[in-house]
Write a protein that binds this ligand. Structure first.
Ligand SMILES: [Zn+2]
Length: 169
C-alpha cells in the first residue's frame, strides 16, 4: 500500500495514514477522509495481492481526488483496529480486527469513474498495469453479487466501470 500512497498527488505523511480493519465477511473498503481507510476482514481473507492492490488504489484515488469522505464505522473506537501499513496483506493473521459496521454511502457515478481512472494512474506510477484495476473490479463483482452488500453496493455499475477502463490508454 505504501508505494500506492506515494504514487498519489497528495503528499500525505505516512504517519497520517490510518487503516482500520473491520470484522465483516463482506468484501469492502472505504476512504474515510484525512488519510483514514477501512478494509474488511472479508477483503483481506478473499483477495489476492493484486486484487487488494486494485481496491486500495481505488480508495486512495478517492482520497487523492479530494472526494468527500462518506464512510464511518459505527460502534467502535477507531484506534482499536488501527494497523500498520505493512500488515495490509491478504490472508494476514497478525491483525486484530475490530467489531463495527462500516457505513459507506455510494459516491456518484462520475466520482467512481474518476477514481477508477486516477487509480489506474496511481497503479501505473507504482509500476503496475491497468489490468490490476480491471481484474480487481471484475473479481469484486463476481465475489459479492451473490451475497449482496459490500463493495458492490457502495460502488455500483461495475460493468460500466470496467468498460470505461478498457478505453483508457
Ligand atoms: Zn469508489
Amino acid at each position: 500500500m505504501i508505494p500506492l500512497l506515494r504514487a498519489g498527488d497528495k503528499t500525505r505523511s505516512l504517519k497520517e495514514i490510518r487503516v482500520g480493519v473491520i470484522e465483516d465477511p463482506n468484501i469492502n473498503a472505504a476512504n474515510a477522509g484525512g488519510g483514514v481507510f477501512y478494509v474488511t476482514t472479508g477483503l483481506l481473507e478473499k483477495a489476492n495481492d493484486d486484487q487488494l492492490r486494485g481496491i486500495l488504489a481505488h480508495e486512495i484515488a478517492h482520497d487523492d481526488l479530494g472526494h468527500v469522505a462518506k464512510a464511518q464505522v459505527l460502534g467502535t473506537g477507531l484506534n482499536l483496529g488501527v494497523i500498520l501499513l505493512e500488515q495490509i496483506i491478504p490472508g494476514s493473521s497478525v491483525i486484530t480486527p475490530f467489531a463495527g459496521t462500516l457505513v459507506a454511502r455510494a459516491y456518484s457515478r462520475s466520482e467512481e469513474l474518476e477514481a477508477d481512472e486516477r487509480a489506474v494512474e496511481i497503479l501505473q506510477r507504482a509500476g503496475y498495469s491497468k489490468d490490476v484495476m480491471i481484474d480487481a473490479l471484475a473479481w469484486v463483482a463476481q465475489s459479492s453479487s451473490a451475497a449482496g452488500g459490500g463493495f458492490s453496493s457502495t460502488h455500483p455499475s461495475t460493468p460500466d466501470r470496467i468498460a470505461a477502463l478498457r478505453q483508457l490508454k
